[in-house]
Design a protein around this ligand. Structure first.
Ligand code: NAD
Length: 452
C-alpha cells in the first residue's frame, strides 16, 4: 500500500477521531518544534536569510500561539451541537457533528515555508484528519527539516511529508483526497482547482495578488509610514499580504514620503544591503524579475541591489502610471510604487477594477472614510491604520475572495475548514406522526397549517 492508501486505512480505523488523540498530537507537535527551534531558524537563514527574531515571530511563535489557542477550545469544538427542532419534526433531535474529512493534502509555498506548512496542519489534526504535506522545493533546507520533524514525531499513516516540485504536486493532486488545502500563487491555484474538480474534492485556496494601501489626508502620517514600511519590507517584501502598491492623497504626499524614507532608515539603517536582519530574494529568477521593475516611474528611495546576495534595498518609486508593468502583477519584493489621488473615489474606482485583493489597508482617522472604503471595496481581510497584523490573531479568519482565494483558516476557522458539518436528525421511534403519509385524512389541510 502507498502512503495515501495507508492513511485512508488509518483514518477509517478511527484512530484520529478522539479528543485525546488530537490533543496529544498537537502537544507533540509543539514539543518537537520547541526541540528543533534552533535548526528551524538556521534553515530559514539558509533558505531566505531570515533573521532569528523575524523567523521566531513569523514562523515559530505564531505556531505556538495557534496550537495553544486550539488546545484551549478543541474539546468544546468537537462536540456535536444540538439545534432547535422544527414544528414539523416534533419528537426528533437535530445535531450538527463536525466530522473529519479524512485524508487531507497540504501544499505550501516558500515565503513562510515552515509556518505555512504547519499552521494548516494544526487545523487538519484538530479536525481529526490525516495529512500529507508537500512543502515548497524552493526552500530545500526548511522542507527537509519539516520532513525530519514530522517523521520523528508521527507515524506516516497519520502525517507524511512528500518532497518535490510541480510534478510531485500534480501527482498528488491526481489522488482522490478528501480535502485539499493549497497556499501559493493565483496561476497554480487555478491548476489545483481544476485538478480538485476531477474528484469534486473540497478545497481551500490561499492565494496572493496585489494588496493595496491607501493613505488618506487625515491619516496619522508618521505612524502610517512606519507601519507600512514594516509590513512592506518584512521578509524583503515576499509576503502574500504585504502592501503591494500605495495610494496617497496629493495634499500629504510630500510629508508622507519623507516620513516613509525616515521610517525605512529607522528600521533597516542607511545601508540595508549590509544589514544582517534584512531578507534576501528567494532565487535569481525572482531577483531579475524584480530588478526590471526598478525602471518604472521615478526612484524616490533605495534602488541599490546586490546580485551576489540577491538583495534589493527597500525601494519607493513615485510618478507611477496605472499602465506601468509594476502595476500589472503581484510584486512580491521590496519595491513600493506610489500613486496619488485627490478624490478618494479615484482610488476606490481603481481598486474595484482590479481582481479582488487578499488584503487592503486604509490609513485615516475619520470613521466616515473608514466606513466608506469598507463598504465600497471587496477584499479578503485587512486593517484600518495598520498592515499585516490582521493575520496574526487566531480570532480573525484569514483568507481571500475572488482571485485571491477561497475559504479561510486560523483558530476556530481552521477547525471549521478541516471538518464537514454533518447534519443528523435523530428520530423518535415511540410515536409516528401520520400526517406525512399519503393515506392521512384531510392531509392537505393539516400540511398547510403546519407549513404556512
Ligand atoms: P507557487 O504557486 O509557485 O507554489 C506553491 C506550491 O505549489 C509549491 O509547493 C509548488 O511546488 C507547487 N506548485 C508549483 N507549480 C505547480 C504546478 N504547476 N502544479 C501543481 N503544483 C505546483 O507559489 P510560491 O511561489 O511558492 O509562493 C508565492 C505565492 O504564494 C504568491 O503569489 C503569494 O502571494 C502566495 N501566498 C499566499 C499566501 C496566503 O496565505 N494567501 C501565503 C503565502 C504566499
Amino acid at each position: 500500500m502507498n502512503v495515501f492508501e495507508r492513511q485512508k486505512a488509518y483514518f477509517y480505523s478511527g484512530a484520529t477521531r478522539s479528543y485525546q488523540y488530537r490533543s496529544k498530537a498537537l502537544n507533540l507537535l509543539k514539543e518537537v518544534i520547541k526541540d528543533y527551534e534552533t535548526e528551524i531558524m538556521k534553515a530559514l537563514k539558509r533558505d531566505l536569510n531570515k533573521s532569528d527574531s523575524e523567523a521566531f515571530m513569523t514562523e515559530i511563535g505564531i505556531i505556538y500561539k495557534e496550537i495553544d489557542f486550539v488546545l484551549k477550545h478543541l474539546k468544546k469544538w468537537i462536540k456535536p451541537k444540538r439545534v432547535r427542532t422544527a414544528l414539523t419534526h416534533i419528537g426528533s433531535v437535530g445535531k450538527i457533528h463536525p466530522d473529519p474529512y479524512g485524508v487531507t493534502l497540504i501544499i505550501s509555498p516558500w515565503n513562510y515555508p515552515f509556518q505555512l506548512a504547519i499552521t494548516p496542519l494544526i487545523g487538519a489534526i484538530a479536525g481529526g484528519n490525516t495529512a500529507i504535506i508537500k512543502p515548497s522545493e524552493l526552500t530545500p533546507n526548511t522542507a527537509k527539516l519539516i520532513e525530519q520533524v514530522i517523521n520523528q514525531t508521527f507515524l506516516d499513516d497519520f502525517i507524511a511529508v512528500e518532497q518535490g516540485g510541480a510534478d510531485k504536486s500534480q501527482e498528488l493532486l491526481d489522488l482522490p483526497f478528501d480535502y485539499i488545502f493549497f497556499t501559493g500563487s493565483v496561476p497554480v491555484g487555478k491548476i489545483v482547482m481544476e485538478k480538485a474538480s476531477q474528484h469534486l474534492t473540497p478545497i481551500t485556496l490561499e492565494l496572493g495578488g496585489k494588496s493595496p494601501v491607501i493613505v488618506h489626508e487625515d491619516a496619522s502620517l508618521k505612524l502610517a509610514a512606519k507601519r507600512i514600511a514594516w509590513g512592506k519590507f518584512i521578509n524583503a517584501g515576499q509576503t502574500c499580504v504585504a502592501p503591494d502598491y500605495l495610494f496617497v492623497h496629493e495634499n500629504v504626499k510630500e510629508q508622507f514620503l519623507s516620513n516613509l524614507a525616515e521610517a525605512i532608515v529607522e528600521l533597516y539603517g542607511e545601508t540595508p544591503l549590509n544589514n544582517p536582519e534584512y531578507g534576501q530574494i528567494i532565487n535569481d529568477k525572482h531577483f531579475q524579475r524584480l530588478t526590471n521593475y526598478l525602471n518604472s516611474g521615478t526612484l524616490f528611495h533605495g534602488g541599490q541591489t546586490n546580485s551576489g546576495k540577491r538583495s534589493i534595498e527597500p525601494t519607493v518609486l513615485t510618478n507611477i502610471n496605472h499602465e506601468d508593468p509594476i502595476m500589472a502583477e503581484e510584486i512580491f519584493g521590496p519595491i513600493l510604487p506610489v500613486l496619488t489621488y485627490s478624490d478618494i473615489n479615484e482610488a476606490i474606482d481603481y481598486i474595484r477594477n482590479q481582481p479582488k485583493p487578499l488584503s487592503f489597508y486604509f490609513f485615516s482617522e475619520t470613521a466616515h472614510y473608514q466606513n466608506l472604503v469598507l463598504e465600497q471595496i471587496s477584499f479578503g481581510g485587512g486593517c484600518i491604520n495598520d498592515t499585516i497584523y490582521h493575520l496574526s490573531t487566531p480570532y480573525l479568519p484569514f483568507g481571500g475572495i475572488g482571485e485571491s482565494g477561497i475559504g479561510s483558516y486560523r483558530g476556530k476557522h481552521s477547525f471549521e475548514t478541516f471538518t464537514h458539518q454533518k447534519s443528523i436528525l435523530k428520530q423518535s421511534s415511540h410515536f409516528d406522526l401520520p400526517i406525512r403519509y399519503p393515506n392521512f385524512k384531510n392531509r392537505m389541510k393539516w400540511i398547510r397549517k403546519m407549513m404556512k
